[in-house]
Design a binder for this molecule. Structure first.
Ligand code: SF4
Length: 345
């Protein structure tokens, strides 16, 4: 690795802009101080890799509305409880009498539904290709046990269309650190059409600091070449997890999806198929709208247009104790990671 370290630190070629599109990579790049190991000519940009961050305000608003209806209980992971909708987050709604429960696993929602048949339990199903198979397992278990009072409100998104959107609308990216977890499911081949279309390299990377550095090195060396490099072969194959893909196709179909900061991107999400509509708490028709704080610049942070440090609220009124936008709430959010690890670009 010494050669790689030395090359990256002393690189004096044309400036290179590389984007990571995985929240765990964002967190690790900050935690390991990767940016400090790079030449000033190599710029790392965070993209839309945090599923909580890219979820639109309208989705939070819908969860808030559902939890205030007396027949419902909304169930969610912890991060989602703190992201503000137009006026409030789920924690605020809970304080006002809404029924909200935090869990660590979607399967907990099923147990709650079984134990309390008088309420409908609605799980906030947010995520990318990585998480979708987990929800299919939940639905399988609900089907098998005949539970009727469990639904999901989905905001499930797929990674290639949003990378396409970034290349088409934002540009200026010379290579992508392809998301490791997503690639386990999709396979590395999911990124081949984009590499070819835009003539830029993709490196599927693991999550250790050394693995990330190796991927950055590969991307710099392959600049201008449209190819996909799988540098995480211990977990990622070319075709991905075919059984998980089949399970997702069984329950879900592609749909247009709204992304915070990017609007609606065609075929960039998945939604329950009509035959499983009985499990859907009303996921269709969510559009982007304004967040709670009009000065929050999450939209630009998520597309890599600005660094979190360029947001005037960063570190002043916006911090992890008092987040003004989704990117400061989630531990995978760019603003949160810049704040806790003082990553500089
Ligand atoms: Fe939004 Fe806070 Fe990030 Fe600014 S620092 S973009 S207000 S989350």
């Amino acid at each position: 690795m010494t050669d790689i370290h030395s090359y990256l630190k002393n690189y004096d070629g044309p400036p290179v802009r590389l984007m990571e599109v995985c929240g765990t990579h964002t967190a690790q790049i900050s935690r390991c101080g990767i940016v400090s190991m790079l030449s000033p000519s190599i710029h790392m940009i965070s993209g839309p890799g945090c599923p909580v961050c890219v979820t639109v305000t309208a989705y939070i608003d819908r969860l808030v509305k559902l939890c205030m209806e007396p027949e419902n209980v909304v169930v969610s992971f912890g991060d989602m409880l703190r992201v503000k909708g137009s006026h409030k987050n789920l924690n605020d709604a809970k304080a006002e009498g809404g029924r909200v429960r935090m869990v660590y696993s979607p399967q907990d929602a099923l147990k709650m539904a079984v134990a309390d048949p008088k309420h409908t339990y609605i799980f906030a199903a947010v995520g990318f290709e990585t998480t979708a198979p987990v929800y299919t397992m939940l639905l399988e278990e609900a089907e098998a046990s005949g539970v009727k009072n469990l639904k999901i409100l989905t905001s499930l998104k797929t990674m290639p269309p949003v990378i396409d959107w970034i290349c088409e609308n934002q540009g200026g990216v010379d290579g992508f650190l392809a998301p490791g977890h997503v690639s386990v499911i999709t396979g590395s081949r999911a990124f081949a059409p984009l590499a070819e279309k835009y003539g830029i390299p993709f490196a599927v990377a693991g999550f250790e600091g050394e693995q990330i550095l190796a991927a950055i090195y590969a991307l710099v060396k392959k600049r201008g070449k449209g190819e996909v490099m799988n540098l995480y072969p211990s977990a990622v194959t070319e075709e991905g997890n075919v059984s998980a893909q089949r399970m997702v196709e069984k329950y879900f179909e592609p749909c247009d999806a709204a992304w915070r900061g990017m609007g609606t991107i065609p075929a960039s999400g998945i939604i329950l198929r009509g035959e499983y509509a009985r499990y859907d708490a009303g996921s269709a028709g969510l559009n982007e709208d304004c967040g709670a704080n009009a000065n929050c610049r999450c939209a630009e942070v998520l597309t890599g247009a600005i660094s979190p440090l360029e947001c005037p609220l960063f570190g002043s009124c916006c911090n992890p104790q008092s987040p003004q936008g989704a990117c400061m709430v989630s531990m995978e959010g760019s603003c949160y990671n810049y704040y806790v690890n003082t990553r500089k670009v």
